[in-house]
Write a protein that binds this ligand. Structure first.
Ligand SMILES: *Cc1c(COP(=O)(O)O)cnc(C)c1O
Length: 356
């Protein structure tokens, strides 16, 4: 039976990407070697890395003012690497607190600079994106989390400020077009919308670097990775390959505009069902709803196990909500087709006929 994978991350990958990756795991391009046993300095991997970078640039329109890096340590390492590389201890940096990941970014940035939390929706368990008013001081940068994977909220309009954004896009990068010029840094763990776990993508405006007084450990200095083309040390060869394939799939399927259209169709289908089905209720405020992760509850929690059983019977997996929100979370990343969302909607619909 076809599985409909709604997992939040690691998450769904396109079928054709998985097939190519499995071939490369055994015999890369008829070389007689697995890609996993090939040198990261060899011509094959250098080509893959160049292609991965080129695909990022093509998809988001990234010009030479920005570097595109493939690093390790997850988005969680970027929480501190950004502040460490961009801000001196007495600089003001502005943070918008829209969830658990934002809060972690705030905690880490405080180790290196003067963090001002300028907006938060913590008081409502982060069920909306707060209004972002430009701060009176000009911060060095403003940190945003574009999509809040746990709470199912997403920034729809970029705030109008004069400083660059540093943005955690782990769960919605490549899901829609971006006004790139507003961003100083974009970072994302690959395992939601880009590829497998083990690599993070960082897009960074080069002119922001080299301005801090502190000594940086070599491997935590962005400039090192720019100078060494993401190969200062051994990069995660296989995750970068799968990421390159996923980005190529994204390009071949119409790029980020086509993804945005598809993602909005998918999420509309599900939100319409959540809103019209008497048994369910959405947890995020309507105007903040994410096109990537939809969070919802059964009004009668005692039906939870019965609903999960019906989902399982229909091949729907990864639907259980994050413990801090409860209920259900349907993650509908780029690689998911409308048919999978329809399968979930059908289960919700027949469930309400049985229990309504
Ligand atoms: C998953 C996630 C993270 C954490 O990513 P790691 O790669 O596991 O460190 C950070 N931010 C957001 C928005 C996420 O969804």
């Amino acid at each position: 039976m076809k599985k409909h994978n709604f997992s939040a991350g690691p998450a769904i990958l396109p079928q054709s990407v998985k097939e190519k990756a499995s071939q490369a795991a055994v015999d890369y391009n008829n070389s007689g070697l697995s890609l996993m046993e090939m040198s990261h300095r060899g011509k094959e991997f250098v080509e893959i890395l160049n292609k991965a970078e080129k695909n990022v640039r093509t998809l988001l329109g990234v010009d030479d003012n920005y570097a595109v890096l493939f690093l390790t340590g997850g988005a969680s390492t970027q929480f501190f690497m950004t502040a460490m590389n961009l801000a001196n201890p007495n600089d003001n940096i502005a943070y918008v607190d829209t969830g658990a990941w934002s809060s972690k970014a705030i905690k880490e940035a405080k180790l290196f600079s003067n963090v001002n939390v300028i907006a938060s929706s913590k008081e409502a368990n982060y069920n909306y994106i707060p209004e972002i008013v430009p701060p009176s001081m000009t911060p060095k940068y403003m940190h945003l989390t574009s999509n809040n994977t746990i709470y199912g909220t997403q920034i729809k309009e970029w705030p109008d400020v004069t400083c660059p954004f540093v943005c955690d896009m782990s769960s919605d990068i490549f899901s829609r077009p971006l006004p790139l010029e507003k961003f100083g840094v974009i970072y994302a763990g690959a395992q939601k919308n880009v590829g497998p776990a083990g690599v993070s993508l960082v897009i960074i405006k080069k002119e922001l670097l080299g301005k801090v007084e502190r000594q940086l450990p070599t491997i935590l200095n962005y400039q090192t990775h720019i100078d060494k083309g993401s190969s200062f040390n051994t990069p995660p060869v296989f995750p970068i390959y799968v990421t390159m394939l996923t980005l190529q799939w994204t390009i071949d399927n119409g790029g980020v505009s086509a993804m945005a259209k598809r993602n909005s169709e998918k999420s509309q289908l599900l939100y319409n069902e959540i809103d019209s089905n008497d048994l369910f209720v959405g947890t995020a405020q309507v105007s903040s709803r994410s096109n990537m992760n939809a969070t919802f509850l059964l009004k009668d929690e005692s039906l939870t196990d019965a609903f999960l059983e019906d989902c399982q019977a229909a091949g729907i997996v990864g639907i259980k909500g994050h413990r801090s929100v409860g209920g259900f979370r349907a993650s509908m990343y780029n690689a998911m087709g409308l048919d999978s969302v329809q399968a979930l909607v059908d289960v919700m619909n027949s469930f309400s006929k049985k229990h309504g």
